[in-house]
Design a protein around this ligand. Structure first.
Ligand code: SAJ
Length: 472
């Protein structure tokens, strides 16, 4: 414990004023919840006044959420904390000097996963802005998902370079990764346990003081900054691995002519005595901003900062990277199923009209970051198909027409292909769909196990489904 830092923090007193950099899916709900804590006096949300997102500032200060999609409770909370001016959004980074703690919730995508190069541009700019106005005794927390080693490495270096202060002596520094999912942002922040990792004990202690008041059901799990970085990247990597395991088993079941869902129910039945066989769900692919990149953060973290050389079987791919490859393969498999089914109906992809149902990467959401639908659509277009896309939630997407009227998309289609498990697709009625398609041998391909195959086959459809080797 750096006594010097603890003394400076004690002299500064309890955290009263907080800043949040990055007014997005993580930063906005986090800032609003901080502002709703009685003992915190003021929260500033920092947003660059850029052409692409400057409009957020006025929206937020009017108590409106610029986030797309349903976020239960967020608008009411935003209105409450902006009406009282407890929460204010500003482009003026110099106001960081007023604060006791600053968090950074900025996207950390990968430029090129193949050679593990992340795009830390926006994060570095944010850290520099904090460094410029950093004062002794302040706490800086990285909430973004980052390569293990970044907090004690790049972040610490930039903050010290910009401020002339020393981390762990003059200011506190920690990593407290976000664990939110769209559609339940506030709930996740309040109810999920919070991993808090300081670069030293004083930093961890100060970060615990910041996050504890926001938690309702969740509890604080303290650890070192690097352990926190590995925890976050690993929890998403493990989820991706579990999904890949389900996808691979589904491909095996297809090749063996059996039903994955029977097998899954069978494996899942082994319970009790602490046995859990959590099998996730196969599907048309893995999208989003998290599972598609966090494996590479973890891999990079081992590659660039391994304390001791990694002991791992020679010339052997990391199972985590292999899992990424299996999950990235699923849109290709959807293409193969579509091709096969059309061939059964005496058709080719070339010249066929394909109705894609679902563009969002996750069900009942408008979030279309890295959607598996995109590589699937690209393969169809390349093969000469006419493609139309329906999604009830996604408003727009670069270079893709997203239709809201499902009938216009399904009309005259040779094949209907389900890519996202939106609730309304569970209600698809074979007779209605067949009528709108107007084909003798309509094709349906189910990438999310949302329809009952028998009903469609009895309705005259050629059916293909992920994992349904018993029917395909
Ligand atoms: N998916 C499957 N099969 C499954 C589960 C998901 O194919 O059984 C697909 C989904 O369709 C989607 C993708 O994987 O395309 C990701 O889905 P997700 O449910 O993991 O959603 P994310 O990426 O928004 O949320 C994950 C969560 N991480 C974990 O549960 C470990 C969430 O808790 C994190 O907060 C989030 O990443 C994040 O921000 O890191």
């Amino acid at each position: 414990m750096s006594d010097k830092l603890q003394k400076i923090i004690d002299a500064r007193g309890p955290i009263k004023k907080i800043g949040v950099l990055g007014m997005g899916y993580v930063g906005i709900p986090a800032a609003a919840l901080f502002a709703d804590v009685d003992k915190f006096e003021k929260v500033l949300g920092f947003q660059r006044n850029s052409a692409s997102s400057g409009y957020n500032i006025d929206m937020i200060n009017n108590g409106e959420s610029p986030l797309k999609g349903e976020e239960p409770g967020l608008e009411d909370l935003l209105r409450k904390v902006t009406d009282t001016k407890k929460f204010e959004c500003t482009p003026d980074f110099s106001r960081i000097t007023e604060l006791d703690a600053v968090t950074l919730a900025i996207q950390t995508p990968f430029k090129n996963p193949a050679d593990l190069i992340p795009d830390f541009g926006a994060l570095i700019e944010g850290i520099r802005n904090v460094g410029k106005y950093l004062k002794p005794g302040m706490l800086v927390v990285l909430e973004s998902t980052i390569t293990p080693g970044t907090t004690k490495g790049m972040a610490k270096e930039i903050l010290e370079e910009e401020s002339g202060l020393k981390a762990g002596e003059d200011f506190a520094l920690a990593h407290a990764p976000e664990r939110v999912m769209v559609g339940r942002l506030l709930k996740n922040i309040q109810e999920h346990d919070r991993i808090v990792g300081g670069i030293d004990e004083a930093s961890t202690k100060r970060a615990i003081e910041l996050y504890s008041p926001v938690l309702t059901k969740g509890k604080i799990i303290p650890m070192s900054a690097t352990a926190a970085e590995v925890t976050k990247t690993a929890e998403n990597t493990f989820r991706d691995l579990q999904i890949a395991a389900a996808n691979q088993l589904a491909l095996y079941c297809e090749s063996r002519g059996i039903n994955f869902y029977d097998v899954r129910a069978g494996i899942d039945s082994l319970k009790g005595e602490g046995i859990t066989r959590a099998i996730l769900w196969p599907g048309a692919g893995v999208g989003g901003h998290c599972l598609t990149k966090d494996t590479y953060h973890l891999e990079r973290g081992i590659e660039i900062a391994g304390e001791s050389p990694l002991d791992y079987p020679e010339n052997t791919d990391s199972i985590y990277v292999l899992a990424r490859k299996v999950n990235d393969f699923m849109p290709n498999h959807m293409f193969k199923l579509t091709e096969e089914a059309l061939a059964n109906a005496g058709k080719e992809i070339k010249g066929s009209k394909i109705a894609m149902l679902g563009w969002a990467f996750i069900n009942d959401s408008d979030d279309a970051r890295n959607p598996p639908s995109e590589p699937y659509r690209d393969l169809l277009v390349e093969a000469g198909a006419k493609v139309m896309v329906h999604d009830p939630h996604v408003l727009s997407y670069p270079n893709v027409e997203i239709e809201k009227d499902m009938e216009s998309v399904v009309k005259d289609a040779d094949a209907v292909v389900i890519l996202t498990g939106h609730s309304e697709y569970f209600k698809l009625n074979p007779a209605d769909v067949k009528e709108v398609m107007g084909k003798d041998q309509p094709v349906v391909v189910d990438g999310r196990n949302v329809i009952k195959p028998e009903e469609f086959i009895d309705g005259g459809f050629v059916y293909r489904g992920i994992g349904r080797g018993d029917i395909n």
